[in-house]
Design a protein around this ligand. Structure first.
Ligand SMILES: *Cc1c(COP(=O)(O)O)cnc(C)c1O
Length: 377
């Protein structure tokens, strides 16, 4: 089956008990175990919940993995996956992974003895050079945030495999509709389901999918032991969002393509970053590993003042963090997602005071252009 069909028909077409097309929200903390001699599937909702299981099985099918797990947030999914490693282990990450992922590695896990080295993963050889005898995994994310840099997943995963390392890929920006890291060789895919999967800016949730059952057991031990699980209502919202992922992603991506091309020609815009643009340096690699450039782009204005003015004047985009919702969101990385990065480091990473990131929503793109034009001028 093709991916659009799988979003609808993935093993949860109808509830086997009632025939309901919506997955029932099982709002309970515990389960009756009258016959204690018989083990049963559900005993306590941290360990397992039928609504959550529906989402976990759905994401496993969509990512082509063997086991899926749901968490209370994307960062809970990342943290829980990192929980399979031990003190003394070392991880190589891309230097522009999601800020919260780097923060958990650089604070909490650092204190607990898990070491991490960040490299520019657009250069796969940099990954090879960072591998040490105690390296256990490579953690990648592509396209990167907020500059939409592309990492060659096959090459980087190949380097990890040669060295006997696990590969973990944060697939939030693309979703399994556009990119499937496990098919490219990765061992674990992680998601902030808060973004495109949920799609409506109304729930926080995270997901992880493992290629093998054995890795699944390790992640499950952290999910159950650490306990960063989502509630059934949030899970249900993500399940509902997934049903419309195809039409949302296709429409938002079509608008993003037009908006990126239009911005590239705009007098007040200095540079546009979008893997769907002709001149994007990672375009060929991206097209080989994903089915579209997605619906997130960023651009630089000519001055920092005009970036700040844009955020104040733009009407059809919320000035906010987050992405992947039906509404267009404009964010200002220097003061939002990357505010805690020291200015010098921000400059080195190219996160200028003129940089604005746009998550393109479902508004008519002509209206977005007119609004952006007014806000830029
Ligand atoms: C938002 C995001 C996360 C964190 O997810 P939360 O749901 O906010 O905890 C992780 N990775 C990427 C790429 C993200 O965009």
């Amino acid at each position: 089956m093709k991916r659009g069909t799988l979003l609808i028909h993935n093993g949860h077409d109808a509830d086997p008990v009632t025939g309901a097309l919506g997955v029932p929200v099982v709002q309970t903390s515990t389960f009756d175990q009258r016959d204690v001699s018989k083990p049963q599937e559900y005993d306590y909702a941290r360990s397992g919940n039928p609504t959550r299981k529906a989402l976990e099985e759905t994401i496993a099918v969509l990512e082509g993995g063997s086991k899926g797990y749901a968490f209370g947030s994307g960062i809970a999914a990342v943290s829980s996956v990192l929980g399979i490693f031990s003190a003394g282990d070392h991880i190589v990450t891309a230097e522009d992974i999601y800020g919260g992922s780097w923060r958990i590695l650089n604070t909490f896990y650092k204190r607990w003895g898990l070491e991490a080295t960040a490299v520019d993963a657009a250069d796969p050889e940099a990954i090879r050079q960072a591998i040490k005898p105690n390296t256990k995994a490579v953690f990648l994310e592509t396209p990167s945030n907020p500059l939409l840099k592309i990492t060659d997943l096959k090459r980087c995963i190949g380097i990890a495999k040669e060295a006997g390392l696990l590969s973990i890929v944060d697939n939030t920006f693309m979703t399994p509709y556009l990119q499937q890291p496990l098919a490219l060789g990765a061992d674990i895919a992680v998601h902030s389901a808060t973004k495109f999967l949920g799609g409506h800016s109304d729930a926080i949730s995270g997901l992880a999918v493992t290629k093998t059952e054995e890795l699944g057991k390790q992640v499950y031990a952290v999910q159950n032991g650490f306990g960063a699980v989502p509630g059934p209502w949030d899970v249900w919202l993500i399940l509902r969002g997934i049903k419309t992922l195809k039409v949302r992603m296709e429409a938002q991506q079509a608008s993003a393509r037009k908006l990126a091309a239009w911005l590239s020609e705009h007098k007040q815009v200095a540079e546009v970053f979008y893997p769907g643009l002709e001149g994007h340096p990672g375009r060929t690699i991206h097209e080989a590993q994903a089915d579209g450039p997605g619906a997130v782009l960023s651009f630089k204005t000519k001055t920092a003042e005009s970036a700040i003015r844009f955020l104040g004047k733009v009407e059809l985009a919320a000035a906010a963090v987050s992405l992947g919702g039906v509404e267009t969101i404009a964010s200002y990385p220097a003061k939002m997602s990357h505010a805690s990065v020291p200015p010098q480091e921000r400059a080195r990473l190219g996160i200028a005071d003129t940089l604005i990131r746009i998550s393109v929503g479902l508004e008519d793109v002509e209206d977005l252009m007119a609004d952006f034009d007014a806000a830029l001028s």
